[in-house]
Design a protein. Structure first.
Lengths: 345, 345
């Protein structure tokens, strides 16, 4: 049997070669029905598209690594999905690597870099506190996404060798605290990470700043740190931390947790203590995960534009790899979403 | 400067070479303090461990692909994390590939297989309904994990060229329906996928079987199918499907959704309709995701032993790759967890 060509497929389907090509390349400009039919014919005939084979050889040579700190946090699963889709559309393979809380992500990246086909790295979550020297060791383009960066003021722009995309954690966290203060709350408990870790630190700074600006003193005894030995941003950790706080007998009228997962865990602890949300205690989160919309009560939160951040992250990285664009520092605005879990003091 | 060796590091840290090696290989038998100190010295000296370089070359040559259908389902994120950890520990790279609901995962796998360093494939979720001919095209060892398989009776054991690990979806779904029938419910709405898709089909069969065995007729008008055009197992889909059901005015005393995400969405719809859970309507799910424990009310569910399944999946695959073991068909038992969202009719 003569080898089947793309022309044969096009003829058999009654379409042009370019349509077959679009079907093979998952191009958006094709009728899904047509695409399905073409793929069926390809399947029947056993045709191996040259083009696809060529792309695959290229795939063979190129991959993007995504290093995630806090992989079980639902905040990241949506981001990973979007990054994966976009990576795939651009014929790169995606290598996923989970970074432990105590691991240094740059070390992990340096290891991965010895992989010769690696073309770029995305860091999701984690720390920005790396020495310039260490960061300079990385040879492929990389991008920090949703990593708390102290502030772009500290960065010498002339030396920027990476991109960074995130919301302004300090500002957004202050916004949430201001909102609770405006509702009349003064005894606002904060559930956060130990201050060495940047996301926790920045969000804690925003909380303090809101009190400071009004000349109110920060209720230090209500700043609660999550357990170090389990996932920092898990529902379990929010639950355990809030439970301890409530058991302490300290007066509290609102709980603000620096992630929605923590806030949902905290809600569970409040409900188990026989308190109503928000009548007895208001609860607010941060991130804007889907769960918050379905929780009972619906969760007030700071919604990060996660889809936009993820898309921008991967597109910018691909542009930098292709030398179509320079590295950039991008700050996205977040949004305070008021739902059922917060109310007046 | 002479090249720094592992001996120099050991000497400088005052430990043996094997301790340095353990630190480098993330071996569990090492004091975390010691490990930290060794890694600091390594960092300072800029020492590049040969051993690690060698491992990395090996990593360069081997990877495992994970193909996930329904990547945003929180049920999978935990599994991916465990598979990733275990893969890494065994010096393989993990390639993650998201498979669209309408994509054929075997086609995707056949594409990935042209990647010469691929050593094995894990299919998470999705379909088992592939022709033998097609499955035979795959050359590397592969394993279906948490994929609904009609039943091992249908499989000719002499021809098994893959492994399969899952719970018995039909049996476990019948268990949940029996539980609700035992509580006195007869008007049990089912939220499921269209019957061509195996997980939905098997769980629907279990539901029907429970009614059948008691000589009760299945309330066909209460079998609700999720929307095809959005994620099948999302909270949003559960919410929209339950909302439509409740708006229809059909009498219903319990809702059983074939995943926890769907069930949580359904809870939101029930609450918005001004009904109480479980006093007016009981709601039950399937999977046992962490969220169910923190939801208000806590969700009654069928808990799949997800960690055991994930560990067994990757270990078995690595064993098959290393030819230490033959392919196996493994059925794990699940567990009905009774929580607050269900009660007597």
């Amino acid at each position: 049997m003569a080898e089947i060509t793309i022309k044969d497929i096009a003829k058999q389907c009654g379409v042009g070669i370019s349509t077959v090509s679009r079907a093979l390349n998952n191009h958006p400009d094709i009728n899904p029905e047509t695409r399905k039919r073409i793929l069926e014919v390809i399947e029947e005939t056993g045709f191996i598209p040259n083009n696809s084979a060529r792309n695959l050889k290229r795939t063979d040579a190129r991959c993007i690594a995504v290093l995630v700190k806090g992989i079980t946090n639902p905040f990241f699963s949506n981001m990973i999905r979007i990054i994966e889709e976009e990576t795939q559309r651009n014929k790169y393979a995606l290598v996923l690597r989970h970074v432990e809380a105590q691991e240094d992500e740059i070390d992990v990246a340096l290891e991965l870099e010895k992989e010769k086909r690696l073309r770029g790295i995305v860091f999701l979550g984690g720390t920005f506190d790396h020495s310039e020297e260490k960061i300079n060791k990385l040879k492929v383009p990389f991008i920090f996404s949703t990593v708390g960066i102290p502030s772009t003021e500290c960065i010498d722009v002339s030396k920027i060798i990476f991109s960074n995309i995130a919301v302004d954690d300090r500002l957004e966290s202050k916004r949430m605290t201001d909102y609770l203060l405006d509702l009349g709350h003064r005894k606002i408990a904060l559930i956060t990470e130990r201050s060495e870790l940047p996301i926790g630190r920045l969000r804690t700074e925003g909380y303090r700043k809101a009190y400071d600006e009004r000349g109110l003193s920060v209720p230090e005894e209500l700043i609660c740190y999550v357990q170090e030995d389990i996932d920092h941003y898990s529902m379990e950790n929010g639950y355990l931390t809030a439970k301890k706080l409530l058991a302490s007998g300290r007066e509290v009228t609102a709980i603000y947790a620096v992630s929605d997962s923590l806030a949902i865990g905290a809600c569970r602890a409040v409900l188990e203590a026989g308190k109503r949300i928000p009548e007895d205690i208001s609860v607010a989160g941060y991130d804007g995960i889907e769960m918050g919309e379905y929780y009972n009560p619906k969760l007030t939160t700071i919604k990060q534009p996660v889809e936009e951040i993820a898309k921008k992250t991967i597109r910018l990285l691909l542009d930098v790899i292709a030398e179509r664009r320079e590295h950039q520092q991008i700050v996205f605005p977040a949004q305070l979403i008021e739902r059922e879990s917060t109310g007046p003091c």
